[in-house]
Design a protein around this ligand. Structure first.
Ligand code: SF4
Length: 506
């Protein structure tokens, strides 16, 4: 195999007789006044690349965001793009001639960036089959397929589906207008959308091909920050890892259970092998991206032990749930859990607290003990005492029809109660607070309801910019208030850093 690195990506050439597949991460844009600007190594697409390489395909991997993360370009709609310009991306694409292009479409608020990328790809390769996959593509199948620049979609998990689609194209069983591959949606020549049956989720993640490290170790991912603020150590490389995928819960506002299903694991032995390889490659710091690391608490603590055994410090970004600290099970206490994590190199984690309002949590099918302030405060104090930075995540402005079919909506007082809860826990020791806005993500029950209430509104905003009125506040009022509350809760120094880096203020 010939491996060629270039500024914007990497190519794995295997055989002239095999299909050439381009995997593409789009450029992104953000509203600088309101939103953070965050991106890292896209681990899902990277794992798909590993599968394709193991199956002998020629694989081109381009990241149009991280290739120019610090290049900011103002857009006509008032957002600012971070990543390659249209011209720069077109120039990179000129060097290749893939038969199939897979574009990752993860976030609904970035749907227009992805569509712009698909347009550039379509112009560069009019005969290629253009496929999108990921969270947004799965949640908004019809909307994305309506694009003249998109031929097919990979629904839900793409790790097996996309390589199988490539194999089917190579074997000429799939054309631009027809495929029988499970988990794929496509358009017929007449423009009619067809959804093939869903593919079952992989049960045991150990069946996946060994992870190729060339992509995560590309120089464009060698940055002093990650998706949760500054790095902890100044030497060595950083890598993102997954030890499991999915979550067994079904919170109404969350798309994870639909996208990645109930929880599946890599074995600890396989995980440890990967950590050893990362260490040998010069990695010193790990970001754990699991959707629900705490699903199996003893296993979660063993993950920490493995990382520590190989000298890694780590940040848990996927989210550790407050309700799991409150009731860890297995005869453990939160003190046991935090002591073990601190001893084993965890230096920061995202603490999913969500709300002070028991009712909002319960009606969204989220464990409502998260709102029990007394015990939450003890947990936060203990984390701080152990020297771990806990970043509290809260959600403002719940509105749904999720509790037994009855509609509910937070009042301004409810929203302010959650802000006060955040302030209380910040004073108890949270290192930073992220106040998020309740968001309708296509494909969730929350979206189903909110899009029926507000059919005229574009709900595809981020958690930092409101899309719909709630609690007597207009979207603009709530978005501005959130900024003010973030400043009040976090203080000037953290807010100053967040403004400067456009990342978490840490
Ligand atoms: S919000 Fe958290 S607990 Fe709820 S379904 Fe999503 S990942 Fe699971």
């Amino acid at each position: 195999m010939r491996i060629e690195r270039f500024e914007e990506g990497i190519v794995f050439w295997q055989s002239i007789s095999r299909l050439t597949v381009l995997l593409l991460v789009p450029f992104y844009s953000f509203w600088p006044r309101y939103e953070t600007k965050r991106a890292g190594c896209p681990i899902g697409l990277e794992l798909i690349a590993s599968e394709l390489i193991a199956k002998g395909f020629n694989v081109i991997f381009i990241d149009a965001c991280m290739a120019a993360y610090n290049q900011l370009t103002e857009q006509l709609d008032g957002t600012v793009r971070y990543g390659l310009t249209d011209k720069q991306l077109a120039k990179v694409l000129e060097r290749f001639n893939p038969a199939i292009v897979g574009i990752t479409s993860l976030f609904s608020n970035q749907a227009e960036s992805v569509e712009a990328v698909a347009g550039i790809v379509h112009q560069a390769y009019p005969d290629a089959i253009i496929v999108e996959g990921g969270g947004h593509a799965t949640g908004d199948l019809e909307g994305v397929l309506a694009s003249p620049n998109v031929d097919m979609l990979v629904n839900r998990e793409g790790l097996i589906t996309f390589p199988e689609l490539c194999a089917s194209i190579e074997a000429r069983h799939t054309t631009k207008y027809k495929t029988s591959v499970e988990g794929v949606s496509y358009k017929t020549e007449a423009g009619q959308s067809v959804h093939n049956p869903d593919r079952p989720f992989i049960k045991n993640l150990d069946v996946l091909a060994p992870r190729r490290l060339e992509i995560p170790l590309h120089t464009m991912y060698n940055v002093p920050e990650h998706t949760g603020g500054s790095r902890h150590v100044k030497y060595g490389r950083l890598a993102y890892v997954l030890t499991s995928m999915g979550c067994p819960l079904h919170c109404d506002f969350c798309f994870i259970p639909t996208l990645t299903g109930t929880i599946r694991y890599f074995s600890l032995a396989r995980f440890e092998q990967d950590v050893v390889r990362l260490k040998e490659a010069g990695v010193t710091e790990i970001v754990v991206e699991d959707d629900m690391l705490f699903d199996n608490m003893p296993r979660a603590l063993q993950i920490g032990e493995i990382l520590h055994r190989h000298g890694m410090v780590w940040f848990e970004e996927g989210g550790l749930s407050m309700f799991k600290f409150m009731k860890p099970g297995y005869g453990l206490t939160y003190q046991d859990v935090l002591t073990s994590l601190a001893t084993n190199g965890l230096y920061r984690f995202y603490l999913a607290i969500e709300s002070a309002n028991k009712d909002s949590l319960a009606k969204s099918h989220k464990p409502d003990i998260n709102s029990e302030a007394g015990v939450a405060e003890e947990i936060v104090r203990y984390a701080a005492k152990k020297g771990i930075e806990a970043v509290g995540g809260f959600m403002l402005g719940f509105k749904g029809r999720n509790g037994g079919g009855l509609e509910f909506e937070e009042t301004r007082e409810d929203i302010e109660r959650t802000v006060a809860y955040a302030k209380r826990l910040k004073e108890a020791g949270l290192a930073y607070v992220m106040l998020f806005l309740y968001t309708a993500i296509p494909g969730t029950r929350a979206y189903e309801y909110l899009s029926s209430v507000f059919p005229e509104l574009d709900l595809r905003t981020s958690h930092e910019r409101s899309a719909f009125p709630v609690g007597g506040l207009t979207p603009v009022e709530l978005t501005e208030l959130r900024l003010r509350w973030m400043q009040e809760v976090n203080g000037d120094s953290s807010t100053g850093l967040a403004t400067l880096t456009k990342n978490w203020g840490l």
